[in-house]
Design a protein around this ligand. Structure first.
Ligand SMILES: CC[C@H](C(=O)O)C(=O)SCCNC(=O)CCNC(=O)[C@H](O)C(C)(C)COP(=O)(O)OP(=O)(O)OC[C@H]1O[C@@H](n2cnc3c(N)ncnc32)[C@H](O)[C@@H]1OP(=O)(O)O
Ligand SMILES: [Co+2]
Length: 139
């Protein structure tokens, strides 16, 4: 497995609209994508571009959202996960499982339209790590 670029930092929020305003007013964010729903993953998503990576704002799509528990513990939201790119998600999953890591679920299509998986925080020193297969356009 080859660790690739940091594709995005996932930030959980109770309100994407409020977070957009914070990034715009405090940090001068200008490249703010249109929010969109990803019901298959239980979240609403909005990407804010930085020169070398993205902030992925995620808000629960419904009460069954995988981030609902996180927001109950952290009502104001906060850093939720980091996502690194890998060249081949299936090869990465096989290698990680062989190393005894807990891969959460099966590869499924994420917000960039390529397959993703998550490693359990206990395998990564308390940090939720997402791996995504590199998109063809490099972004
Ligand atoms: C996929 C679309 C988009 C994309 O980029 O394409 C996204 O990234 S959407 C992101 C939302 N989806 C996910 O997060 C899916 C993977 N996450 C999970 O399966 C769960 O959230 C899981 C298993 C990490 C935690 O589940 P849950 O919150 O229900 O369990 P617990 O509250 O019991 O937590 C267990 C243990 O993990 C710690 N924890 C939970 N969330 C995080 C986190 N974000 N970062 C670090 N640690 C986390 C929690 O504190 C518990 O620790 P413990 O020491 O056992 O108390
Ligand atoms: Co993500």
């Amino acid at each position: 497995m080859t660790l690739g670029r940091l594709n995005h930092v996932g930030v959980a929020t109770p309100s994407i609209a409020a977070s957009i305003e914070t990034y715009r007013s405090l940090l001068g964010a200008t490249a703010i994508g249109e929010p969109f729903d990803l019901p298959t993953q239980g979240v609403k998503v909005c990407f804010i571009d930085a020169p070398n990576t993205q902030i992925e704002l995620i808000e629960p799509y419904d009460d069954a959202s995988p981030i609902a528990g996180f927001l109950r513990k952290n009502p104001a939201g906060g850093q939720h996960h980091v996502c690194f790119e890998v060249p081949d998600i299936d090869a990465a999953v096989a290698e990680l499982k062989a190393k005894g890591a807990t891969v959460l679920g099966e590869p499924r299509i994420g917000a960039h339209g390529t397959p993703i998986i998550f490693l359990h925080p206990r395998d990564m020193g308390g940090m939720l790590v997402e791996l995504m297969e590199s998109p063809g356009d490099g972004h």
